[in-house]
Design a protein around this ligand. Structure first.
Ligand code: FAD
Length: 480
């Protein structure tokens, strides 16, 4: 039996469910990756995330080759072209079964069901595996069979379904079968534009310079991800106490790896549970707090599947579409560029622009600032994050933005607007983070750096934080 593994955002060989299933069930295995730059662009995928993915793919191709599994690369334009191309490839390669890990945004689901239908016509089964989440979306339901809309009860039910405090029923990380050769793979070369050379970047995307094997300071790939997880294992106990301080490197920084699939959610969960006697809650505060964040990731993905309108640029709370959002391009640009005159907001946006990542506390601060103080449509911010984050994940990003803009389910209440100055004083007390990213303010002392006096080389604040807060609250209150 010949199995073809269709790789997407699951770029690893360890604990890759689809790869594992293919290797178990088929004597011969090959892998394929299909790039669809036009669709990716329309989904606001950015240059960094695409470049990161391609480097991960190159490393993966090497690891697969060591196991004699060839990886082919195919460039199309759009998802709509995939079913036909896949049918031709499957026929040409005489494949008996196709394996892939399920993806959950709506267009990806549609693409996958079209591929399944197309291959049904030629009698080739397709297996979509649960891999990106611990439990398949839809599996965690209330007593009346509905999807959970609130995090805390979701979390409780989720843990219970994973087997409560019992470690055993959790999906175990899987190894990889060795040496699954496809003896005559050379024949395949040249078939339907399949190539084995993975490009540096795709048409329509700008190159991202690689420096010492790193992109924007991040080393792509499965090996770097595993190393990061090992390092974080040493620090995890301090997570709860230190995770809110952007100047401290206290969070895992695994998000770009989880997003590209260079590491699996099971590998992360198992690391944490094994240090905590198999307990999700209790035990080490650092560990249970981190596990809770991983459940937020799960929650947002489950929500996406239960409420497809989230994939259609709609707010969860429909009435919030009546907010008279601003579309002030000049102000939006200042926010993007980190030139708002509010130091913590500017430092955060510059961190995003320079490193492709932003600390979670600051994501909440800048999202609240854009959607409440500037009252700019949260979808503009969501889009900018998608284009610039290395961890850009539709579910988590949409969830985070709708939380901050008070348009989501279980979101921040509309009357609780973050004050960027108090956040700055509380979480970057000595201004270390601000000094790192806003060099203009480096010389200011600790009590001036959060709200600087008029300066020549730094803009005055883009808005009055107190007045704009009152206005936003009034606008939301009017919706009631
Ligand atoms: P850690 O604190 O070490 O957490 C471990 C992992 O848990 C993360 O890698 C992530 O996979 C998951 N996680 C943590 N917090 C959340 C959360 N609130 N929601 C969902 N998953 C979470 N996360 C993304 O992965 N992609 C995004 O595009 C994204 N956009 C966001 C936008 C906004 C406006 C906000 C407020 C949050 C967003 N987050 C997003 C969630 C969170 O900020 C990042 O996951 C986190 O900062 C990544 O850093 P880390 O890996 O060090 O996280």
């Amino acid at each position: 039996r010949r199995g073809l593994v269709w790789l997407r955002n699951d770029l690893r060989i360890q604990d890759n469910t689809a790869l594992y299933r293919a290797a178990k069930g088929c004597a011969q295995v090959a892998a394929i990756f299909i790039a669809c730059p036009q669709t990716w662009r329309s989904h606001d995928e950015g240059d960094p995330v695409v470049a990161f993915r391609l480097v991960c793919l190159r490393e993966l191709q090497q690891s697969l080759a060591e196991r004699h599994i060839p990886l082919y690369f195919l460039e199309l334009q759009k998802f709509a072209q995939v079913p036909r191309a896949m049918t031709q490839i499957v026929e040409k390669l005489d494949v008996d079964a196709l394996f892939a890990n399920a993806e959950y945004p709506l267009d990806e689901q549609r693409r996958d069901s079209d591929v399944r239908e197309a291959l049904k016509k030629i009698d080739v089964p397709v297996e979509y595996c649960t891999d990106r989440t611990l439990l398949p979306p839809g599996a965690v339901r209330t007593g009346s069979g509905d999807a959970y809309k609130v995090f805390t009860p979701f979390k409780r039910a989720f843990i219970e379904q994973c087997g409560g405090t019992d470690f055993a029923p959790l999906p175990q990380p899987r190894g990889m079968a060795e040496d699954q050769s496809w003896p005559n793979w050379i024949e395949v070369q040249g078939a339907h534009n399949l190539v084995q050379t993975i490009p540096e970047q795709l048409p329509g995307f700008q190159p991202v310079p690689e420096k010492n094997g790193e992109l924007l300071g991040w080393r792509p790939g499965e090996k770097a991800a595993a190393k990061r997880l090992r390092q974080f294992r040493e620090d995890i106990d301090g997570y709860e106490d230190e995770r809110d301080f952007p100047a401290i490197d206290a969070t895992s920084r695994l998000s770009p790896y989880l997003n590209s699939g260079a590491i699996s959610i099971r590998q992360c969960v198992h690391m944490a549970l094994s240090l905590n006697d198999g307990r999700w809650t209790g035990g080490s505060d650092g560990i249970s707090c981190w596990l809770s964040e991983l459940i937020w990731r799960e929650f947002y993905t489950h929500l996406l599947v239960a409420f497809p309108r989230l994939c259609m640029h709609k707010p969860f709370k429909e009435e919030t579409d009546k907010v008279p959002w601003s579309y002030d391009e000049a102000k939006f640009r200042r926010w993007c560029d980190g030139e708002t005159g509010v130091p913590i907001v500017d430092a955060a946006m510059r961190q995003l622009n320079q490193t492709g990542w932003m600390h979670n506390r600051l994501r909440m601060v800048v999202a609240s600032f854009l959607s409440k103080n500037l009252l700019i449509d949260w979808r503009w911010g969501e889009r900018y994050f998608m284009q610039h984050l290395l961890d850009a994940d539709f579910a988590a990003n949409n969830g985070g933005w709708q939380w901050a803009a008070s348009t989501g389910t279980d979101a921040a209440p509309y009357f609780r607007v973050f004050n960027p100055y108090s956040q700055s004083k509380k979480f970057d007390r000595h201004g270390e983070f601000i000094r790192e990213f806003v060099p203009e303010l480096r010389e200011l002392d600790d009590d001036k750096i959060h709200c600087p006096p008029p300066m020549e080389n730094y803009p005055p604040p883009i808005c009055d934080v107190g007045e704009s807060r009152k206005h936003a609250i009034a606008v939301f209150a009017d919706l009631k």
